[in-house]
Design a binder for this molecule. Structure first.
Ligand code: 3AM
Length: 420
């Protein structure tokens, strides 16, 4: 009797799991097809993971940004692309607001007349002063490449002395910008330890590269998860809560992330969710309470950033709202549009709308409305949003573990024949 009950339970479980798996795989394939055949696209199919952008001040943008004409389609499960083509002259843009220690009042700063070699040397001196002395090539054994970002590649590695798995981001110091970004990334990660921020382990200067060792997040990016699966609202609430906790922590320390998007949120196999990529962060100070550089990734940029106005930490809340839309609908609004068109749409359209609002609960719609207020004063803060019922009713983070396992499974199948 007991045997028959057990057999019935096992059969029911395997039928339910197969149905779930088939549904997720179908959704995944549908999404792949939708990405390959964009409806109503004016710019061809843009890459799903858009490059970040750092620009000088807004008035210069029209001269410096080249419209991204038709960009090649991003193959399903392909490496996301990130940053640098759009990052021009960014060192000077990032410097006044960069998250590193602000220069002391009256401290000498590089003048335009200063020798370029001297400036280069000063920047390297700053970098040398924050990295560890030593030879990372003997400390870490590099395993496979995990992916590429705007400033280099990220590798899985083993700490030879402890056997611990780590991720190593190698940032190539090609231009002035990379040094600023590397200093920013190291300082923000090192000085802001929090459960929702990827943990800094160490950093080194190796020839013309910065090696940044951080905790290994085996689940990959939220972007990768969204490419494989749709999330339920309870799971979206959980991801939003974890991101908001990280943002609340950063904002309470006057740090603005400035590039919140699914590609910069990392997931652990235990369901942990952490903010990553701090190269574009800005540190506010009592003397400098607002930023004005046009920094971020176009589709995720808040209207005040696009307009070149002074802005504060709430730009991250707008970007989180766009990330919420990504989770609900599979991709960010305007992602298939040319960059200048994206700016026009953000400025003129007001908050982007859900394509099928009636398919979603009043709770998630209200949460997105609170994040996507065009008026910064009406937009909720991270602290306020942590009390929003959509966030408080989100599932526990640990429940995301199963989702990440499923996403990995779909990605693996995708690498096989399903997406060939
Ligand atoms: O190119 P994909 O999206 O597969 O998941 C990140 C991304 O992979 C991975 O490096 C790529 C470029 O950002 N990555 C970045 N930091 C990581 C970390 N700490 C990481 N993977 C694991 N742990």
């Amino acid at each position: 009797m007991i045997g028959r009950v057990c057999a019935a339970v096992c059969t029911a479980f395997s039928v339910a799991y197969s149905a779930y798996y088939v549904i997720q795989l179908t959704r995944h394939l549908t999404r792949g097809w939708r990405q390959a055949c964009p409806w109503g696209s004016t710019a061809g199919s843009a890459p799903r993971l858009a490059p970040s952008l750092v620009e000088e001040e807004a008035e210069e943008v029209q001269n410096t940004i080249k419209p991204a004409a038709a960009v090649p389609p991003r193959p399903e499960c392909a490496e996301p692309l990130d940053t640098p083509s759009a990052i021009q002259g960014a060192a000077s843009a990032a410097r006044p607001e960069a998250a590193g220690t602000p220069p002391a009042a009256g401290a000498p700063s590089s003048s335009p007349a200063q020798q370029p070699e001297r400036r280069e040397e000063q920047r390297l001196t700053r970098l040398r002063s924050i990295v560890s002395v030593g030879e990372p090539r003997s400390k870490y054994t590099l395993l496979e490449e995990l992916g590429r970002g705007g400033f280099g590649a990220v590798y899985k590695a083993l700490d030879a002395s402890t056997g611990q798995q780590v991720a190593i981001k190698k940032m190539t110091l090609r231009e002035e910008m990379s040094e600023e970004v590397a200093v920013n990334e190291i300082q923000v990660m090192r000085d802001n330890r929090n459960a929702n921020i990827v943990t800094y382990l160490d950093s080194y200067l190796v020839d013309a590269e910065v090696w940044l060792a951080m905790e290994f997040m085996e689940g990959g990016t939220l972007f990768d998860v969204l490419t494989a699966l749709y999330l339920e609202e309870g799971q979206i609430g959980a991801v939003c809560r974890e991101c908001l906790q990280g943002l609340h922590f950063l904002h309470s320390r006057q740090v603005i992330h400035r590039d919140v998007k699914s590609g910069n949120v990392l997931m652990g196999m235990d369901g942990s969710v952490k903010l990553a990529d701090f190269g574009l962060c800005a540190q506010l100070t009592p003397e400098r309470r607002k930023c004005s550089s046009r920094v971020g990734t176009p589709s995720w940029m808040a209207p005040e950033v696009v307009r070149g106005e002074a802005y504060g930490p709430k730009v991250d809340i707008w970007s989180l709202g766009i990330t919420g839309l990504e989770m609900v609908e599979g991709e960010a609004p305007y992602q298939r549009e040319a960059r200048l068109r994206v700016f026009d749409l953000i400025e003129s359209n007001g908050p982007p709308k859900l394509q099928n609002p009636r398919h979603h609960s009043a709770l998630v719609r209200d949460f997105l409305r609170c994040c996507l207020q065009a008026d910064e004063d009406r937009r909720w803060s991270a602290q306020e949003l942590l009390q929003h019922p959509f966030v408080t009713s989100g599932e526990p983070a640990s429940s995301l573990a199963a989702l990440i396992v499923s996403a990995k499974q779909v990605q693996e199948d995708c690498r096989g024949d399903a997406c060939a």
